[in-house]
Design a protein around this ligand. Structure first.
Ligand code: CAA
Ligand code: NAP
Length: 246
């Protein structure tokens, strides 16, 4: 398989780290963003100790200006971005009748605004070069909704709306655009859910456990090889059977 340049946003987080690791193991040159330099560099050192070189670019994905700057910095260090994984995301869980405008805005701007902010600077180059892979990390809760997540579910459902439009516009340019919708994975994001609530959620998962970040990285990598070039506009669920919509 040809070595490509891959930008994974939110690579320092639980799922992002597993995606970076898997793409690097497949020979791709990998990059991610950081917001806090000290945290970013410490994470980069940890990856280096595993034998994985990760290029870092500063940037907040909720800003269009940062998205552009981040992509240009990765291009400067590694060359054109050929694989983009829109993975960075946050939660601000609360029932809607208590939700503040800030909690709505933060989630929409970070989880959905980011797909514009980071994809827009890479799309023209991918079209010119006639090859690209764009993968959105959405969520089971964008597919089924979730109590306490009107902001998050709206953003995550929106990500797949973006996928299926971009997939149509770019199919003739050798670019596939797909979504991975993870179920509950044992990262900091899920561990922040109160234990009692979390236990009730796990009880609804047919496999009887949380997923692992690597199980999501496997699903992401599925879309990358040339053999996957007929697969575009898909939404791949990886959720232990918790939601089986079709
Ligand atoms: N269905 C029905 N009722 C529910 C419910 C559910 N799923 N969850 C909570 N309730 C009920 C409670 O039983 C309680 O009822 P009573 O008042 O009758 O006792 C009531 O809702 C509590 O409502 P409040 O408005 O007072 O809510 P709260 O402030 O206690 O907290 C919450 C509510 C923040 C939503 C909390 O339940 C929670 O954190 N839930 C988990 C949300 C979740 O799944 N987040 C996922 C985070 S990880 C992630 O997002 C990754 C991913 O993509 C999968
Ligand atoms: P995580 O461990 O909390 O990691 C989130 C990552 O996103 C971190 O690297 C974080 O960087 C980055 N990030 C957040 N806001 C950012 C911003 N404004 N600009 C740039 N980077 C930002 O979360 P995770 O569990 O790995 O989740 C990764 C993605 O998967 C998210 O989109 C999430 O919604 C989705 N997802 C997760 C689950 C799950 O169960 N965990 C399930 C379905 C979908 P900082 O260190 O700078 O904060």
């Amino acid at each position: 398989m040809q070595s490509r340049v891959a930008l994974v946003t939110g690579g320092t987080g639980g799922i992002g780290t597993a995606i970076i690791r898997r793409l690097a193991q497949h020979g791709h040159r990998v990059a991610t963003n950081y917001r806090d330099e000290e945290k970013g560099r410490a994470w980069q050192q940890k990856m280096k100790a595993e034998g994985i070189d990760v290029t870092l670019a500063r940037g907040d994905v909720s800003s269009a200006e940062d998205g552009e700057a981040m992509v240009r910095e990765v291009e400067r260090q590694l060359g054109p971005v050929e694989i983009l994984v829109n993975n960075a995301g946050i939660t601000r869980d609360t029932t809607f009748h208590k939700m503040k405008a800030q909690q709505w805005d933060d989630v929409i701007r970070t989880n959905l605004g980011s797909v514009f902010n980071v994809t827009r600077p890479v799309i023209e180059g991918m079209r010119e070069r006639k090859w690209g892979r764009i993968i959105q990390i959405s969520s089971i809760n964008g597919q089924k909704g979730q109590y306490g997540q009107a902001n998050y579910a709206a953003a995550k459902a929106g990500m797949h709306g973006f996928t299926i439009s971009l997939a149509q516009e770019n199919a003739k340019f050798g670019i596939t655009v797909n979504t991975v919708s993870p179920g509950y994975i044992g990262t900091d994001m899920v561990m922040a859910v109160p234990e009692e609530v979390r236990n009730k959620i796990v009880a609804q998962i047919p496999t009887g456990r949380l997923g692992t970040p690597d199980e999501i990285a496997y699903a992401v990598n599925f879309f990358i090889p040339d053999e996957a070039s007929w697969i575009t506009g898909a939404n791949l669920s990886a959720n232990g059977g918790q939601y089986m919509g079709w």
